[in-house]
Design a protein around this ligand. Structure first.
Ligand code: TMP
Length: 224
């Protein structure tokens, strides 16, 4: 067995999805709900989460920079991920915290693998190296049709980053990639239809996570 989150005491939850899927708002809402239940929660994001990783994020998302090769993009993401895992995620899990991370390894498979066309097996190997095989116990995949997500993103107040500006075709490949990942790991990755109103999606997320946590703690206490 690799050095997965199962060997630590905390719970690692990731939120994934395409542009405009609402996952960032839902991550914040979920953390508020978990904290209100007395759960010690850390909200973080990728690329980012440490000083260096946030600097790498700026480089990655800046659309005024020179053209970035897909391989360079992947290296920058893995560099940021290693910092984040070593400095923030693993120490927090070791302290027993619940870590909620806005994007993680599945984004790399979806964007750099299915979107950019980099070799999936190579990406998995590099990702295992970058994370020390740390895998989330639960991943929520926020799913919206590409035109809906892009129009939310392009119509919103947030400035558009380098990846938002990619073609619709690129974003369709990313979405299909996320679906393929969810089919491959249906126990870990739960797909949430996030076309509906924010409040009803937030309620779905809360119900799903609370019931998952109950089952998870019952299962792990049986094994103690
Ligand atoms: P977001 O967190 O605001 O959605 O922006 C992060 C962007 O970075 C998003 O367009 C997806 C992209 N990204 C990748 O391409 N690969 C990755 O592994 C991660 C974590 C993010």
């Amino acid at each position: 067995m690799g050095r997965t989150a199962r060997k630590t005491t905390g719970i690692f939850i990731t939120l994934e999805g395409g542009e405009g899927s609402g996952k960032t708002t839902q991550a914040r809402r979920l953390c508020e709900r978990l904290s209100a239940q007395g759960i010690d929660v850390l909200h973080t994001r990728e690329p980012g989460g440490t000083l260096l990783a946030e600097r790498l994020r700026s480089l990655l998302l800046d659309h005024s920079a020179e053209t970035i090769a897909p391989e360079t993009e992947a290296y920058l993401i893995f560099a940021a991920r290693r910092q984040h895992v070593d400095h923030v995620i693993k120490p927090s899990l070791a302290r027993g915290m619940t870590v909620v991370c806005d994007r993680f390894s599945d984004s790399t498979m979806a964007y750099q693998g299915y979107g950019r066309g980099l070799d999936l097996r190579l990406l998995r190997t590099m990702n295992d190296w970058a994370t020390g095989e740390l895998t989330p116990q639960l991943t929520l995949l926020f799913d919206v049709p590409v035109p809906v997500g892009l129009s939310r993103r392009r119509g919103g107040a947030a400035t558009q980053n380098r990846l938002d500006r990619e073609t619709e075709r690129f974003h369709r490949k990313v979405r299909a990639g996320f679906h393929a990942l969810a089919r491959r790991e249906p126990r870990r990755i739960m797909v949430i239809d996030s076309t509906g109103p924010l409040e009803s999606v937030a309620q779905t997320v809360e119900d799903l996570v609370m019931s998952w946590l109950n089952t998870y703690s019952a299962r792990t206490s049986r094994h103690r």
